[in-house]
Design a protein around this ligand. Sequence first.
Ligand SMILES: Nc1ncnc2c1ncn2[C@@H]1O[C@H](COP(=O)(O)OP(=O)(O)OP(=O)(O)O)[C@@H](O)[C@H]1O
Length: 531
Amino acid sequence: MSMVEKEKDGEAQAGEETTNLVVPWMRAPVNVSLVDSCSLETLPCLHPRLKEALEKMGISSLFPVQVAVWHETIGPGGFERDICVNSPTGSGKTLSYALPIVQTLSSRAVRCLRALVVLPTRDLALQVKGVFDAIAPSVGLSVGSAVGQSSIAGDIAQLINTPKLDAGICYDPEDITSQSLESSAVDILVATPGRLMDHINNTKGFTLEHLRYLVVDETDRLLSESYQDWLPTVLKLTQASDDGLFPSSTTPFVPSSFGSLQTIRRQSVERGFKGKPYPRLAKLALSATLTQNPSKLIQLDLHHPLFMTTGAKRYRLPEKLECLRLICETGVKPVYLVGLLKSLEGEKCIVFTSSVETTRRLCKLLNFFGDSMIKAKEYSGGLNQAVRSKELKAFRKGDVQVLISSDALTRGMDVELVTNVINYDMPHRPKTFIHRAGRTARAGRAGRCFTLLGDHEVRRFSNLLKKIGNASCPIYPIPSDLFNPVRAIYEPALAKLKESVEPIAPKRGRQVGFKHNSRTTKRNKATSEQA
Ligand SMILES: Nc1ncnc2c1ncn2[C@@H]1O[C@H](COP(=O)(O)OP(=O)(O)OP(=O)(O)O)[C@@H](O)[C@H]1O
């Protein structure tokens, strides 16, 4: 897997409690927690066909963050400012940008690539494409993806229209080579950075010349890596096409030769932006843990940014999330996990580990506990994309009860009816805890997040909870009538695992079993975050 969940200590610290470093525009945010949900009936200006499409999705009202963004884009805000959203996991950030973008583009006259949504992983990008697919066709818009799942040729066939030259007509070959005959087959593109760069560099007819919206979802993660300089490249390409077309209001505006192809943000005087140039590209940056690090935010080159956040806390967990902890005896952590899973009686769970290797072994071990127990599958960077997608699909369908995952699944993934998240290995950073826990308790539903701890981890975990402002995390007691029988079959299951796992070339000092100590955990972390 190309993407790495690296949330560097530096960034986490800069973003957490260091309010004195916060950029000025972040000091006066729009407080989303003061915004009410709004029914589709009363939402101003909503396109009737989009309303129908939303109803088909089972949506009858918009969540607060969606109303707040709507207000700043379609409403009086008129998309004059770039928008940065920090809103909890599962609060509906995807639709908060998809809906206004689709609504605005619904009046477009000519098809060209106008909206680009960038996400850090393929599965996440495909999930977001699914949201656009559910609403965009209703107003005649076409959505494409560039995520490295299909071949480049497959992508090109989907993204670019190449008109066939009419037989019998004489074309001047110079004209054909100098003027591109290709055109975009999509209005909206959902992409991962690597494949996006492939198209920018190599695909004939792929252009960002008409781009009007750029969404950087999971912003803090996308900004933590340069990914072949995708962001400066996109900004440079869109700025280049702004040159001469978007003067400041001190220069008289001359309509562009692109006519209806170009779209210009309306000139605003009411917010004191008079005299500043208006870039065509409107940007939205979103995360449940949006960075506040000025040196990262500056990369986005934001235009009069407006910060939207939920309440005064830096981080916020979903309202109906309950956090619980289990203190495990050394050397038998899997017994606690199986006891816990049994006590959850078949509810859908995601179990997070700290490494690809632990994910693989734990999954095997669970399946050795006997077929009456738990149906578990693995989802990690150690598997190829096709297998991962298959396992995720089975989990979504409910054919699999437990998905054991490295941090590949930590961010953004939305799987219906996941009622429990289990941190088999304690996360090391507040952000990782928030994103993992956020795979449950989504869209206002209830959910639980369990963390398994060794004695040596208790203190560190308490510190982590303090950083996210949520000290409440009581101990979860597993009933002994569940725990003891599992303990009795642990040794045979472990013996089967040892037989089945091919030996791994020993690295100096590396511990490959399930016994945990802090040194192993530190080493494993590096592997995990590559999932
Ligand atoms: N207005 C709505 N009414 C009902 N359900 C909604 C609404 N908006 C979004 N949802 C559902 O809420 C869930 C969470 O939405 P989404 O994935 O956009 O959250 P998110 O804020 O992006 O979370 P994360 O930070 O984890 O990526 C999805 O299942 C989505 O279908």
